[in-house]
Design a protein around this ligand. Structure first.
Ligand SMILES: [Zn+2]
Length: 185
């Protein structure tokens, strides 16, 4: 049984935070690459906390008794993040959490957008929006009817969803360029 199958089995097929049985997915928790089974609503409240979020987390008063360390750690972190509400602090005080699990909770990388792989130039340097790059090879621009010449500097680039591509303006036209043919300047 691999780790994901183990998670499905231990969870009993319900969200390990709120207990719902619909819209479930395996959620990877960095940095230790543990998984928990979580529903869309809980995941949304983790990634995009809003004014209703504390109310949603009332569900943790049951799941806090989970014996799974990664689940305990996640709940601990969530309760800590809303402890100013008062009642979450009461739950934190009641939780059985050992030192290792507390460390695990502190290490968790939460409340961040999904980490995407960086866009790298030909030398492996990370490219960011707003950078300037130089084209290191003549590139035919499909659909635009011109060649982006080697040595052309492209200022103020934008990243794209595809980590291998950036967008920038060449000859007055906004085009997509492959980052492997670019060098950061
Ligand atoms: Zn849930």
């Amino acid at each position: 049984m691999n780790e994901k199958e183990q998670v499905l089995q231990r969870s009993g097929g319900v969200c390990e935070l709120c207990g719902t049985s619909s819209n479930l997915q395996l959620y990877e928790i960095k940095p230790r690459n543990d998984y928990i089974l979580i529903c869309d609503t809980c995941l949304d409240n983790i990634n995009h906390p809003n004014s209703e979020t504390p109310r949603h987390w009332r569900c943790l008063n049951e799941s806090m008794w989970s014996e799974v360390p990664i689940v305990q750690a996640l709940i601990y972190r969530i309760l800590e993040s809303i402890s100013s509400e008062g009642w979450p602090q009461d739950l934190l005080d009641m939780m059985y959490i050992d030192d290792d699990t507390k460390i695990l909770a502190e290490e968790m990388q939460l409340y961040t957008q999904v980490q995407t792989d960086p866009t790298l130039d030909s030398n492996g340097n990370v490219l960011n929006t707003g950078d300037s790059v130089i084209i290191i090879k003549d590139l035919e621009v499909k659909g635009a009817g011109f060649t982006a010449k080697r040595g052309t500097v492209v200022k103020n680039i934008s990243l794209s969803e595809n980590k291998d591509q950036i967008e920038g303006r060449v000859n007055g036209t906004r085009i997509v360029l492959l980052s492997k043919f670019l060098k950061k300047v």
